[in-house]
Design a protein around this ligand. Structure first.
Ligand SMILES: [Ca+2]
Ligand SMILES: [Ca+2]
Ligand SMILES: [Ca+2]
Ligand SMILES: [Ca+2]
Length: 376
């Protein structure tokens, strides 16, 4: 589930699901972590606009794809946007990988969040061999996007001193042409606005005897216009332990808009995650008042004849819906709420990011099945 897409028009609407679940009060929600759900729309994405390029790196790898050439980062509100450009194709199909090479690429951004090479995991050496970098970092966080056999293979944030426990998995990323871009909440990185950190990266893939492409580092400040992100918070007020909206955010990324939602419990739970007396059926809607005029479009001041009690109602021209039923997507559409039966777009990709509450393991995913000792 990645973001390299151009949404397609769908002439037929799959039939909108009912727009409400009747919640029952009184379910305790102690001990729950929150989960996020994000989605992006691409319309001729311009990667150059997405992130500032900070680091350049030569061509070194034997594979025609995956050789890091630039690394970039930019801040949008509470998110860090990380990018890489490579030779060839960032996330190639199996056919695009030369026969003598392996379709298995692991991109890593290294974040030295205290800007101190003496703390965290150093990239001055790897598996006992010096990397030869002139400006090594000591990383406190790694953001990894793995790609294997033409599909995502481990997309995570982790502490490199505790690799077996992902801090956040399933983060939104976009692989498009020669670039890959990831969207990570600053909170998962332990970064605060105004602070300085160092950034580096490497790509280790299965080609050419697990050759590694190291890059030098750059130092940057966590800034960027906070006003470029719109954010709204909401209290817990539903009976189900999952699906209760906590926060919505949206920001532009190149030619895309990324919509982000965090909920109580799990955004897209499996059937077993839903309490027995509840229904595994969730419909998330982002309402877009595209002319910023509550008097036009569909008002959310009332719903089915009842006032909603909102202090700042909108009049929506567009609704983005992600439906989830029985542990699977169930209606992923953009529509005009005054003409609900016609989807303007359908089945655009969305991501489900999970904060892991306890001990999660990366074994068997991502680099977990590298030859012994590769993880150091
Ligand atoms: Ca390179
Ligand atoms: Ca450090
Ligand atoms: Ca290099
Ligand atoms: Ca309007």
């Amino acid at each position: 589930m990645n973001l390299h897409f151009l949404p397609h028009m769908s002439p037929h609407h799959g039939g909108l699901p009912p727009h409400r679940n009747t919640p029952a009060p009184g379910i305790p929600r102690g001990g729950l972590t929150h989960a996020a759900l994000a989605l992006g729309l691409a319309c001729g994405m311009s990667q150059a606009a997405a992130a500032v390029q900070l680091i350049t790196d030569p061509k070194e790898m034997a594979d025609s794809s995956g050789d890091i050439r630039t690394v970039g980062a930019t801040v949008r509100g509470d998110f860090l946007i990380l990018s890489l450009t490579v030779d060839g194709v960032a996330a190639p199909s199996v056919e695009q990988t030369p026969e003598s090479m392996a379709n298995r690429y692991y991109y890593h951004w290294l974040l030295d969040t205290d800007n101190n090479p003496a703390t965290g995991r150093s990239n001055a050496e790897y598996e006992g061999n010096p990397t030869g970098l002139s400006r090594p970092v000591g990383s406190e966080r790694v953001v990894m996007v793995g790609w294997r056999d033409g599909k995502p293979n481990g997309v995570e944030v982790y502490d490199p001193l505790n690799e077996d426990q992902a801090i956040l998995s399933g983060i939104p990323f976009l692989a498009s042409g020669n670039s890959v871009t990831a969207v990570v909440p600053l909170s998962a990185l332990g970064l605060a606005r105004g602070q300085t950190f160092a950034l580096s990266a490497f790509q280790e893939g299965a080609s050419d005897g697990w050759a590694v492409d190291w890059v030098e580092s750059a130092t940057l400040t966590v800034d960027g216009p906070p006003g470029s992100v719109a954010a709204v918070s909401d209290p817990a007020d539903l009976g189900d332990s999952s699906g209760d909206i906590r926060n919505i955010q949206a920001f532009s990324l190149g030619d895309q808009v990324v919509f982000w939602m965090t909920v109580q419990g799990i955004a897209a739970p499996s059937v077993v995650n839903t309490p027995e007396e509840k229904v595994n059926r969730y419909y998330y809607h982002w309402l877009l008042d595209t002319d910023n005029n509550p008097a036009t479009g569909r008002s959310n001041a009332e719903y089915e004849g009842n006032p909603t009690g909102l202090a700042r109602p909108v009049g929506s021209e567009r609704v983005l819906m992600v439906g989830w039923r029985d542990g699977k997507p169930n209606g992923v559409e953009l529509y005009d709420p005054l003409d609900e039966d016609t989807a303007l777009l359908s089945n655009f990709p969305f991501h489900r990011a999970h904060v892991r509450p306890g001990r999660g393991t990366r074994s068997g995913r991502g680099r977990g099945s590298l030859p012994g000792g590769r993880l150091g």
